[in-house]
Write a protein that binds this ligand. Structure first.
Ligand SMILES: Cc1cc2nc3c(=O)[nH]c(=O)nc-3n(C[C@H](O)[C@H](O)[C@H](O)COP(=O)(O)O)c2cc1C
Length: 202
Protein backbone atom coordinates (compact mmCIF):
# COMPACT_ATOMS: atom_id res chain seq x y z
CA UNK A 1 0.00 0.00 0.00
CA UNK A 2 0.96 3.65 -0.32
CA UNK A 3 -0.62 6.91 0.74
CA UNK A 4 0.32 10.58 0.55
CA UNK A 5 0.02 13.03 3.42
CA UNK A 6 -2.22 15.43 1.55
CA UNK A 7 -5.12 12.98 1.17
CA UNK A 8 -4.21 10.58 4.04
CA UNK A 9 -6.10 8.04 1.97
CA UNK A 10 -4.65 4.94 3.70
CA UNK A 11 -7.97 3.24 4.27
CA UNK A 12 -6.88 2.10 7.75
CA UNK A 13 -8.84 2.83 10.93
CA UNK A 14 -5.87 4.81 12.38
CA UNK A 15 -2.98 6.82 10.93
CA UNK A 16 -0.11 4.27 10.96
CA UNK A 17 2.84 6.68 10.88
CA UNK A 18 3.61 6.61 14.61
CA UNK A 19 3.61 2.80 14.49
CA UNK A 20 6.16 2.92 11.66
CA UNK A 21 8.62 5.20 13.45
CA UNK A 22 8.76 2.95 16.48
CA UNK A 23 9.70 1.88 19.08
CA UNK A 24 10.55 5.32 20.48
CA UNK A 25 12.19 6.01 23.84
CA UNK A 26 10.08 8.06 26.23
CA UNK A 27 11.45 11.23 27.76
CA UNK A 28 9.49 11.82 30.93
CA UNK A 29 10.09 15.55 31.15
CA UNK A 30 10.18 17.25 34.57
CA UNK A 31 10.30 21.04 34.67
CA UNK A 32 9.80 24.08 36.85
CA UNK A 33 8.29 27.37 35.75
CA UNK A 34 9.55 30.82 36.77
CA UNK A 35 7.54 30.63 40.02
CA UNK A 36 8.96 27.21 40.93
CA UNK A 37 5.80 25.25 40.09
CA UNK A 38 6.55 21.71 38.96
CA UNK A 39 5.38 19.85 35.84
CA UNK A 40 5.87 16.30 34.56
CA UNK A 41 4.76 14.75 31.25
CA UNK A 42 5.83 11.95 28.87
CA UNK A 43 7.12 12.71 25.35
CA UNK A 44 7.95 9.94 22.89
CA UNK A 45 9.02 12.33 20.14
CA UNK A 46 12.25 12.16 22.09
CA UNK A 47 15.80 11.23 21.22
CA UNK A 48 19.54 11.97 21.45
CA UNK A 49 21.10 13.97 18.60
CA UNK A 50 24.75 14.29 19.65
CA UNK A 51 26.83 12.33 22.15
CA UNK A 52 29.75 14.47 23.39
CA UNK A 53 28.51 16.72 24.76
CA UNK A 54 25.12 14.99 24.68
CA UNK A 55 22.27 16.90 23.07
CA UNK A 56 18.76 15.53 23.52
CA UNK A 57 15.42 16.79 22.30
CA UNK A 58 11.69 16.32 22.31
CA UNK A 59 8.82 17.72 20.32
CA UNK A 60 5.53 19.08 21.61
CA UNK A 61 2.38 19.00 19.50
CA UNK A 62 1.19 22.47 20.48
CA UNK A 63 2.60 24.79 23.12
CA UNK A 64 2.19 22.42 26.07
CA UNK A 65 3.10 23.19 29.69
CA UNK A 66 6.47 21.42 29.46
CA UNK A 67 7.67 23.78 26.73
CA UNK A 68 6.18 26.87 28.36
CA UNK A 69 7.88 25.97 31.68
CA UNK A 70 11.23 25.32 29.96
CA UNK A 71 11.04 28.69 28.23
CA UNK A 72 10.77 30.28 31.69
CA UNK A 73 13.37 28.26 33.62
CA UNK A 74 15.65 27.32 30.66
CA UNK A 75 16.27 23.83 32.02
CA UNK A 76 14.61 20.41 32.26
CA UNK A 77 15.17 16.78 33.21
CA UNK A 78 14.50 13.79 30.92
CA UNK A 79 13.59 10.85 33.15
CA UNK A 80 13.70 7.43 31.49
CA UNK A 81 10.47 5.52 32.17
CA UNK A 82 10.73 1.96 33.46
CA UNK A 83 8.16 -0.82 33.09
CA UNK A 84 7.19 -0.69 36.77
CA UNK A 85 6.34 3.02 36.45
CA UNK A 86 4.29 2.68 33.25
CA UNK A 87 0.92 3.44 34.85
CA UNK A 88 2.23 6.47 36.74
CA UNK A 89 3.83 7.71 33.50
CA UNK A 90 0.50 7.35 31.72
CA UNK A 91 -1.30 9.21 34.55
CA UNK A 92 1.07 12.17 34.10
CA UNK A 93 -0.10 12.58 30.50
CA UNK A 94 -3.49 13.80 31.76
CA UNK A 95 -4.26 17.39 30.72
CA UNK A 96 -4.13 18.99 34.19
CA UNK A 97 -4.57 22.76 34.62
CA UNK A 98 -1.24 24.57 34.24
CA UNK A 99 0.47 24.71 37.65
CA UNK A 100 -1.15 21.54 39.08
CA UNK A 101 1.53 18.96 39.93
CA UNK A 102 1.47 15.72 37.95
CA UNK A 103 3.81 14.28 40.62
CA UNK A 104 0.97 14.66 43.14
CA UNK A 105 -1.67 13.54 40.64
CA UNK A 106 0.21 10.28 39.90
CA UNK A 107 1.45 9.64 43.48
CA UNK A 108 5.10 10.12 42.53
CA UNK A 109 7.94 11.44 44.65
CA UNK A 110 10.54 13.99 43.59
CA UNK A 111 14.27 13.71 44.10
CA UNK A 112 16.66 16.65 43.84
CA UNK A 113 18.76 16.93 40.70
CA UNK A 114 22.44 17.89 41.02
CA UNK A 115 23.02 20.54 38.34
CA UNK A 116 19.55 21.88 37.54
CA UNK A 117 16.67 22.98 39.74
CA UNK A 118 14.03 20.73 38.11
CA UNK A 119 13.63 17.57 40.21
CA UNK A 120 13.82 14.05 38.82
CA UNK A 121 11.25 11.33 39.40
CA UNK A 122 12.28 9.19 42.36
CA UNK A 123 12.84 5.58 41.30
CA UNK A 124 13.71 6.03 37.61
CA UNK A 125 16.57 4.08 36.03
CA UNK A 126 18.23 7.20 34.61
CA UNK A 127 17.69 10.93 34.31
CA UNK A 128 19.37 13.50 32.07
CA UNK A 129 19.76 16.99 33.55
CA UNK A 130 19.51 19.50 30.70
CA UNK A 131 20.11 23.19 30.05
CA UNK A 132 17.99 24.61 27.25
CA UNK A 133 19.71 25.05 23.88
CA UNK A 134 16.73 26.10 21.75
CA UNK A 135 13.00 25.94 21.20
CA UNK A 136 12.22 25.87 17.51
CA UNK A 137 8.79 25.93 15.91
CA UNK A 138 8.67 23.25 13.20
CA UNK A 139 7.57 24.18 9.69
CA UNK A 140 6.35 22.26 6.65
CA UNK A 141 8.68 21.95 3.64
CA UNK A 142 7.15 25.14 2.23
CA UNK A 143 7.72 27.11 5.40
CA UNK A 144 4.26 26.98 7.01
CA UNK A 145 4.50 27.17 10.82
CA UNK A 146 3.07 24.02 12.42
CA UNK A 147 2.49 24.91 16.08
CA UNK A 148 4.84 22.02 16.88
CA UNK A 149 7.91 22.82 18.99
CA UNK A 150 11.28 21.05 18.99
CA UNK A 151 13.10 21.55 22.29
CA UNK A 152 16.82 20.80 22.35
CA UNK A 153 18.80 20.48 25.57
CA UNK A 154 22.47 20.11 26.45
CA UNK A 155 22.81 17.30 28.99
CA UNK A 156 24.97 18.69 31.80
CA UNK A 157 24.46 15.82 34.26
CA UNK A 158 23.60 12.13 34.00
CA UNK A 159 21.97 10.22 36.85
CA UNK A 160 21.99 6.41 36.71
CA UNK A 161 20.53 4.03 39.29
CA UNK A 162 23.60 1.90 40.11
CA UNK A 163 21.44 -1.24 40.02
CA UNK A 164 21.11 -0.79 36.24
CA UNK A 165 24.84 -1.18 35.63
CA UNK A 166 26.19 -4.66 34.86
CA UNK A 167 29.74 -5.39 33.66
CA UNK A 168 30.39 -1.66 33.36
CA UNK A 169 27.41 -1.02 31.06
CA UNK A 170 23.99 0.56 31.45
CA UNK A 171 21.96 -2.60 30.87
CA UNK A 172 18.47 -1.87 29.58
CA UNK A 173 17.31 -5.41 30.26
CA UNK A 174 17.95 -4.63 33.95
CA UNK A 175 16.58 -1.09 33.72
CA UNK A 176 13.51 -2.25 31.76
CA UNK A 177 13.02 1.18 30.23
CA UNK A 178 9.92 1.15 28.04
CA UNK A 179 9.39 2.45 24.52
CA UNK A 180 6.34 3.78 22.71
CA UNK A 181 5.00 1.91 19.71
CA UNK A 182 1.91 2.85 17.70
CA UNK A 183 -1.66 3.00 18.95
CA UNK A 184 -1.80 2.10 22.70
CA UNK A 185 1.21 -0.23 22.41
CA UNK A 186 4.53 -0.18 24.24
CA UNK A 187 7.64 -2.36 24.17
CA UNK A 188 10.23 -3.39 26.71
CA UNK A 189 13.61 -4.87 25.78
CA UNK A 190 14.14 -8.35 27.23
CA UNK A 191 16.85 -9.49 24.85
CA UNK A 192 19.73 -7.78 23.06
CA UNK A 193 22.01 -8.87 20.24
CA UNK A 194 25.32 -7.27 19.29
CA UNK A 195 26.93 -6.33 15.98
CA UNK A 196 30.43 -4.87 15.92
CA UNK A 197 30.88 -1.89 13.61
CA UNK A 198 33.50 -1.84 10.87
CA UNK A 199 36.77 -0.18 11.92
CA UNK A 200 37.36 3.47 11.09
CA UNK A 201 33.83 4.77 11.67
CA UNK A 202 33.08 7.96 13.63
C1 LIG B 1 3.73 7.61 26.13
C2 LIG B 1 3.28 8.98 25.75
C3 LIG B 1 4.04 9.72 24.86
C4 LIG B 1 3.67 11.02 24.49
N1 LIG B 1 4.44 11.70 23.60
C5 LIG B 1 4.10 12.96 23.25
C6 LIG B 1 4.93 13.70 22.37
O1 LIG B 1 5.98 13.24 21.92
N2 LIG B 1 4.54 14.97 22.05
C7 LIG B 1 3.41 15.52 22.55
O2 LIG B 1 3.10 16.67 22.23
N3 LIG B 1 2.61 14.85 23.41
C8 LIG B 1 2.94 13.59 23.78
N4 LIG B 1 2.15 12.90 24.66
C9 LIG B 1 0.99 13.57 25.26
C10 LIG B 1 1.45 14.47 26.44
O3 LIG B 1 2.10 13.71 27.44
C11 LIG B 1 0.21 15.17 27.05
O4 LIG B 1 -0.36 16.04 26.10
C12 LIG B 1 0.52 15.91 28.33
O5 LIG B 1 -0.68 16.36 28.93
C13 LIG B 1 1.43 17.12 28.10
O6 LIG B 1 1.69 17.64 29.36
P1 LIG B 1 2.20 19.11 29.62
O7 LIG B 1 1.17 20.07 29.04
O8 LIG B 1 2.24 19.16 31.13
O9 LIG B 1 3.55 19.26 28.99
C14 LIG B 1 2.48 11.59 25.03
C15 LIG B 1 1.70 10.84 25.92
C16 LIG B 1 2.08 9.54 26.27
C17 LIG B 1 1.25 8.74 27.24
Amino acid sequence: MFYDTVSYDHGLPHDPVKAIVAPRPIGWISTLDGQGRVNLAPYSFFNIFASRPPIVGFSSEGMKDSVAFIQESREFVCNLVTYDMRNEMNATSAPLPRGDSEFEHAGLEMEASRLVKSPRVKGVAAALECKLVSVQELTTFDGQPMDRYLVLGHVVGVYIDDRCIRDGRFDMTLARTIARCGYADYAVVDELFSITRPLGGG
